[in-house]
Unconditional design. Sequence first.
Length: 70
Amino acid sequence: MPSKELGEKVRALREARGLTPELLADRAKVSVSFITILEGGQGAERPSQVILQRIARALGVPLDKLIDQP
């Protein structure tokens, strides 16, 4: 999944759950700047599987919901 699509999905899920970027970052054990870059679609490549799993868990969704195409 291109970075922009992944970032848009993470942002939509985060906002739907009422989470701030700071709270998501804390729950996923990543930096706030990482979340900001990811959501902005500025990352050069997709994050590692481990990072994606932590973000999905922090959002309360299965990993496939985060990485599958709509």
